[in-house]
Design a protein around this ligand. Structure first.
Ligand SMILES: [Zn+2]
Ligand SMILES: [Zn+2]
Length: 343
C-alpha cells in the first residue's frame, strides 16, 4: 500500500509499504479520508512528536474515516466488512490508577492509532473495543473524520463548566478554536473569538462568534466591556499553544472565572502568574489534554447535530501523493484542514 512516513522536519515521504493485516481484536480499514490536524503540523515542522511520532520514520496521521475490509480474530460482535467507521486515535487501558478514577485522558498506557495518511490502517484492539463507531449514514466522511479532534474539544469544554448565558472568550481560531465556538453557541453562551489573522476571524464569525477581536489589539478592555461582569469573561479558552496566549488568556478572565488551557506549549515553557489572581480573585486555571471514551461518545452526538457547519473545517482536498502540499497550506494558514484522499 501507499503510505506517508515522517522522516524529519518538513520531510514527509509517500512510500510503498506491505499491506497490513489485522491481529487479534484488530480491524483493518481502507482509509477513505484522513484530515490534517494542528498536532500533525507541529510534528511536521519539528520533525517528530513525543507521543505521535517519537521514532522516525514514523507512520503519520490519526484523523480518518474508513471502510472495514478485514476483521482480526475475535472481532465478531459490533463490526463487519463494509462498515464505514470513525474512531478516536487512542484508547485508555481501563486498569491503571487514573483509569480506575475515571481520569481516562491521563491513562498511563494510552494505546494510539497512527498512520491514517495511507491506503490502509489497522485499528488497535483496545480502540476497537472502546472508541470505534459506525458512521451514521447521513454523515459525510469528512465530518466523521472530525470525531477525534471534537472529542478533545468536548473534553476541554466539559471541564470549563460553561453555562447558558455565560460569556466565553476563545484565543485562537484554528480548527480547535472554531469547534469551541460551536460548542459555546450550542450551550447558549456568548462567544468572543480572538485571532491575529483576518481569514481566521472571518471563519470565527462564520462559525457563530458573537464578537470577533483582532489579537494584535489591546483586547482586555474589549473583552471586559463585552462581558456581563464588566471585568472579564466568565470562561476563557486558550487554543493557540504559546505562553503569550496563556498569559493573555488569564488576563482577560473575570474574578472567579475559569481559564481552560487547551494549547500545548513546547516542553519546558513557563508562565508567570500573579498569585493574587489565583487567591483573591479565585481564578481556576484548568489544564486539559486529549479525550476520554465519554467525550468521544458525546462528540459523536454533537458532531451529528452540527455536521453541516463542522464539516466546513475541511477547506481543501488533496490526494495522498500531494500530502506535503497539504502541510504547506496548513503552515501558511491557507487551509483550516485538508482532506487527504487515498484513492
Ligand atoms: Zn488531531
Ligand atoms: Zn489507564
Amino acid at each position: 500500500m501507499k503510505a506517508a512516513l515522517l522522516y524529519g522536519a518538513r520531510d514527509l515521504r509517500v512510500e510503498e509499504l506491505p499491506d497490513p493485516r489485522p491481529g487479534p481484536g484488530e480491524v483493518l480499514a481502507r482509509v477513505d479520508v484522513a484530515l490534517t490536524c494542528g498536532s500533525d503540523l507541529k510534528s511536521y515542522v519539528r520533525g517528530s512528536h513525543p507521543v505521535l511520532a517519537a521514532d522516525v520514520p514514523a507512520p503519520f496521521g490519526h484523523e480518518f474515516c474508513g471502510t472495514v475490509v478485514e476483521l482480526g480474530p475475535g472481532v465478531v460482535e459490533d463490526f463487519q466488512e463494509g462498515d464505514v467507521i470513525m474512531s478516536a486515535n487512542s484508547a485508555p487501558c481501563g486498569e491503571c490508577y487514573y483509569c480506575r478514577r475515571g481520569q481516562y485522558s491521563l491513562c498511563d498506557d494510552l494505546q494510539f492509532l497512527q498512520g491514517t495518511y495511507a491506503e490502509y490502517v489497522v485499528v488497535p484492539a483496545r480502540i476497537v473495543e472502546r472508541n470505534l463507531y459506525i458512521k451514521p449514514a447521513d454523515m459525510s466522511p469528512e465530518a466523521a473524520a472530525l470525531l477525534e479532534p471534537l472529542s478533545c474539544v468536548v473534553h476541554g469544554f466539559e471541564e470549563s463548566n460553561t453555562e447558558a448565558g455565560d460569556t466565553a472568550a476563545v484565543f485562537g481560531c484554528g480548527p480547535i478554536g472554531l469547534m469551541f465556538i460551536r460548542l459555546i453557541k450550542q450551550k447558549g453562551a456568548q462567544a468572543i473569538a480572538i485571532d491575529p489573522t483576518p481569514e481566521r476571524r472571518a471563519w470565527a464569525a462564520d462559525f457563530g462568534a458573537d464578537i470577533v477581536l483582532d489579537a494584535n489589539d489591546d483586547i482586555a478592555e474589549k473583552v471586559a466591556s463585552a462581558s456581563p461582569s464588566g471585568d472579564g469573561a466568565d470562561v476563557v479558552v486558550e487554543a493557540v499553544g504559546n505562553v503569550e496566549a496563556w498569559r493573555r488568556a488569564i488576563s482577560v478572565t473575570r474574578k472567579g472565572g475559569r481559564v481552560v488551557m487547551f494549547g500545548g506549549c513546547p516542553a519546558g515553557s513557563k508562565i508567570e502568574l500573579d498569585t493574587s489572581r489565583l487567591h483573591y480573585d479565585e481564578l481556576s486555571v484548568i489544564g486539559v489534554f486529549h479525550h476520554t471514551p465519554f467525550s468521544v461518545r458525546r462528540a459523536l452526538t454533537l458532531l451529528h447535530e452540527d455536521m453541516d457547519i463542522l464539516s466546513r473545517l475541511a477547506t481543501h482536498e488533496l490526494p495522498l501523493d500531494e500530502i506535503d502540499d497539504a502541510f504547506k497550506m496548513m503552515e501558511s494558514q491557507e487551509a483550516v484542514k485538508v482532506a487527504i484522499r487515498t484513492r
